[in-house]
Design a protein around this ligand. Structure first.
Ligand code: NAD
Length: 493
């Protein structure tokens, strides 16, 4: 079979349906480019509702045999997939850098996090077990089991095209379901290569399928009767739309949305360490992370000292092509997104923020066609400014002083988002209060970016998440199965 190394990448990517690579029938497409160079990479076709219907029918047929296989047999292709992903990790990381713009180190880290989810799902024989009780009533034994449900779909964003599909795929199939992925149309090449490896891993045809497309493809999945449940990761307005439409159609749904994350720095914190971690959190992946902590609330007694440390750390960042090993901050996904970030900075300045460090004039040698921004640090950012309220998704850091940790928590909790927050402190009492009072799903203490390992769920509260069962770990087993109770009496003959 052709791999992306052997085909011209400016050719159209294809769907993977019933074990075959096929071009969708839908009209329209989008051409993607390397964000660091502007080089054309791929044409992404939009799957129509007929394309969705064919794939869902195939998935439902495949479910019959797949769900009846012994669980040990279902996890063998996952072991194979893990080793294929590891063997091809460097190749996948390079594709990811060219397609998305992040650095090689970030791409390798992302893939590692994806592989962890495959590893966790290989433990399904233990994780999926129910419970049993002898003599629950006179001569009656009772037991609970988990059963797979049918076909599930995941719709994923551009910022982690290697990891986020793996928050779902391994658990869906290990529990006995069929699975469809609709990846972001902005960087389709890693999902495409991932599915070439899925093809090699030995899943029966139709159990795991890939559909490229845009909003119409998503809506066709949300409306299809043959889809049992939807996992979504992306921006808040689309997460809300997906949650409402899928629920209206009677589906299970988990929809993770956008974010506005805070760092709180107390007087007792190790300020140098906190500054290093804060700049990394806000600027890694060019700030295009739902866990980027970009509003920094600093105890007023250390505001000036900490601001100097942030500026020095920001100054140390090298902006460039992610393939260059010296690069700390890679390219922004698109011209349009770069312009959106510039507009947010402009608005902040109009609203009265102070420009402490300006990354807007950065240039990168040999990358004239690329989209780049250096770290931009804004001071005196008040709670009512847009930069404090809205997700920027770029390397922009907003600083303000607070009188106490209670003020910081109050300001943080006023946000409509609740994805992540970090506290830097040497005080156990402050740490306890922060953990207890923060209305936030992923909380870090002396940790810059609170990204949970695969064996824990990925948090997210308020408008950062719609649903109740989150991505990763045990929550996925609950999402992908329903429970049944067996109550049995076997009288002696
Ligand atoms: P996006 O919402 O634009 O797109 C996500 C997916 O939705 C894509 O597959 C896209 O094709 C589809 N989509 C886009 N518009 C649609 C519409 N009108 N109708 C139906 N489907 C539509 O998000 P993005 O720009 O790709 O990703 C960035 C966003 O994702 C940020 O807001 C970020 O915070 C969020 N994100 C959240 C998490 C989390 O765990 N909470 C993780 C990663 C990213």
């Amino acid at each position: 079979m052709e791999t992306l190394e052997s085909v011209d990448q400016s050719e159209a990517v294809r769907n993977y349906v019933d074990g075959e690579w096929v071009s969708p029938e839908g009209e329209g497409d989008i051409v993607t480019t390397n964000p660091a160079t502007g080089e054309t990479l791929a044409t992404v076709p939009f799957s129509s509702s007929d394309d969705v219907d064919s794939a869902v029918r195939v998935a439902n047929d495949a479910f019959e045999e797949w769900s009846a296989l012994p669980v040990e047999e279902r996890i063998q292709p996952l072991f194979e997939l893990k080793s294929l992903l590891e063997d091809h990790q460097d190749e996948l990381a390079e594709i990811l850098v060219r397609d998305h713009g992040k650095t090689l180190a970030e791409a390798r880290g992302e893939l590692r996090r994806g592989i962890e989810n495959v590893e966790v799902a290989c433990g399904i024989p233990s994780m999926m077990q129910g419970g049993a009780l002898l003599n629950a009533a006179p001569e009656i034994d009772e037991s609970a089991v988990r059963k797979p449900l049918g076909t599930f779909a995941a719709i994923t964003p551009f910022n982690f095209p290697g990891m986020i599909p793996l928050w779902f795929l391994p658990y869906a199939v290990a529990t006995g379901n069929s699975f469809l992925l609709k990846p972001s149309e902005q960087d389709p090449l890693v999902p495409q290569r991932l599915f070439e490896l899925v093809d090699e891993a030995g899943f029966p045809d139709g159990v795991v399928q890939l559909l490229h497309g845009g909003p119409d493809t998503v809506n066709a999945l949300l409306d299809h009767d043959g889809v049992e449940g939807i996992s979504f990761v992306g921006s808040t307005p689309i997460a809300k739309h997906v949650y409402e439409r899928a629920a209206e159609n009677g589906k299970r749904v988990q929809a993770q949305g956008g974010a506005k994350n805070h760092v709180v720095v107390t007087e007792s914190a190790d300020l140098e360490f906190a500054a290093e971690q804060t700049v990394s959190s806000a600027c890694a992946c060019a700030g295009e992370r739902c866990l980027a902590n970009d509003v920094v609330l600093i105890d007023e007694s250390v505001y000036d000292e900490f601001t100097e440390l942030i500026l020095a750390e920001a100054d140390r960042q090298t902006v460039g092509n992610g393939l260059d090993p010296d690069t700390d901050i890679g390219a922004i996904i698109s011209d349009e997104h770069e312009q959106r970030i510039r507009d947010h900075v402009e608005t902040a300045l109009e609203e009265g923020a102070t420009l402490l460090s300006d990354g807007r004039e950065v240039t990168v040698d040999d990358c004239q066609g690329g989209n780049f921004l250096g770290p931009t640090v804004l001071g005196d950012v008040s709670a009512d400014m847009e930069v404090s309220r809205e997700e920027i998704f770029g390397p922009v850091i907003a600083l303000d002083s607070v009188a106490s940790i209670d003020d910081a928590i109050e300001r943080m909790n006023a946000s409509r988002f609740g994805n992540a927050a970090s506290l830097f402190t040497a005080s156990g009492a402050d740490a306890r209060r922060f953990r207890h009072d923060a209305e936030i799903g992923n909380i870090g203490v002396n940790v810059g970016t609170s990204a949970p390992m695969a064996f824990f769920h990925f948090g997210g509260w308020k408008e950062s998440f719609f649903g109740d069962l989150h991505a990763q770990g045990e929550d996925m087993i609950h999402f992908y199965t329903d429970k049944a109770i067996y109550i049995e009496r076997w009288p002696d003959a």
